[in-house]
Design a protein around this ligand. Structure first.
Ligand code: CIZ
Length: 304
């Protein structure tokens, strides 16, 4: 089938099966285009839970689909490509996190949503890049083990000096790769451009930026800021939404390219097959859902 036939079939199946397609901002353009909802992982999981659809097809990576399942346990949640994982999440295995907690004499565990679901079951509270500072600020504990992103953890630490934050040695390979020299080069070529980077980037990059924020934060910043050009430090799938909302503005990705290969594994073909065969269903046992739900719900109760 060619792309236009695939699109027709996907729309037909979606209606027949009462399914909702949600796509993360880092997905391929063709997936973002056909999705019912686009957003960051938390917004997608929350929005999908409000719909009366029977199936949620989560076009993103595994931890995102797991979070959607925890929030909507009665719905069938599908992840079109099972191998779409997150190398950052995989740096924090549950047993290793528990060991570190013990070594540090039991600090509270704040886990970024980019963790596998079993790590959420042992977390005191979760956070996203959009609410990490507010989440850490909100908890009474002073001593915190922040997993797994050391850059985001360091960013939080810089703003909350009264907390003792222990970092995990994990980083996102896509964001950690941005080079300050590439940023400087772009700034020289586009001196008027505003710089917006994700907090998963290194300190050097964050310090050089006009704005540091999550995907939704970067999109809102670029949309409300009165500038014609922006230098962007996050995965390039974000360009789809940035251009859609700001057709007259120009966006340059640091280093010219930033791809999360896991995010790009889903194409129209995989999406079509996932809907047709209802695969790959995310299955979690009741105990995991119950335990993982607590830190996620605690986070949702806090403003972004
Ligand atoms: O939580 C998300 O969606 C991720 C991974 C990034 C972001 O900034 O939105």
């Amino acid at each position: 089938m060619d792309k236009s036939e695939l699109k027709k079939e996907i729309l037909k199946l979606k209606k027949e099966k009462n399914a909702t397609i949600v796509a993360h901002y880092y997905q391929n353009d063709e997936i973002q285009e056909i999705a019912d909802i686009r957003g960051d992982s938390l917004a997608l999981a929350i929005e999908a839970s409000k719909l009366d659809s029977d199936i949620i097809v989560f076009c993103g990576v595994k931890f995102m689909a797991e979070t959607a399942k925890v929030i909507s346990p009665k719905k069938k949640v599908l992840l079109p490509v099972l191998s779409a994982g997150c190398p950052l999440a995989d740096t924090a295995k549950k047993e290793a996190v528990l060991k570190r907690k013990k070594e540090l004499n039991n600090p509270a565990i704040v886990s970024y949503v980019n963790t596998n679901v079993d790590v959420k079951t042992i977390s005191d509270i979760c956070c996203t890049s959009a609410n990490a500072v507010n989440v850490v600020k909100s908890i009474k504990e002073k001593r915190i083990l922040f997993v797994p992103d050391k850059n985001l953890g360091e960013y939080v630490k810089e703003q909350l000096k009264d907390k003792e934050i222990f970092l995990w040695d994990g980083a996102c390979p896509t964001h950690d790769e941005f080079k300050v020299d590439d940023l400087k080069k772009l700034k020289k070529e586009h001196p008027q451009a505003k710089i917006a980077v994700h907090p998963e980037s290194s300190k050097a990059l964050r310090d050089a930026a006009d704005f540091v924020g999550s995907t939704s934060g970067i999109i809102n910043y670029a949309t409300r800021t009165d500038a014609d050009e922006f230098i962007i430090g996050t995965e390039e799938g974000i360009l789809y939404e940035l251009k859609l909302r700001n057709p007259s503005k120009k966006f340059y990705i640091i280093g010219g390219k930033a791809i999360c290969y896991n995010m790009k594994k889903i194409t129209l073909k995989e999406l079509y097959e996932a809907l047709k065969e209802e695969k790959h269903e995310i299955l979690l046992d009741d105990e995991t859902i119950e335990l993982a739900k607590k830190p996620i719900e605690k986070m949702i109760a806090i403003k972004r």
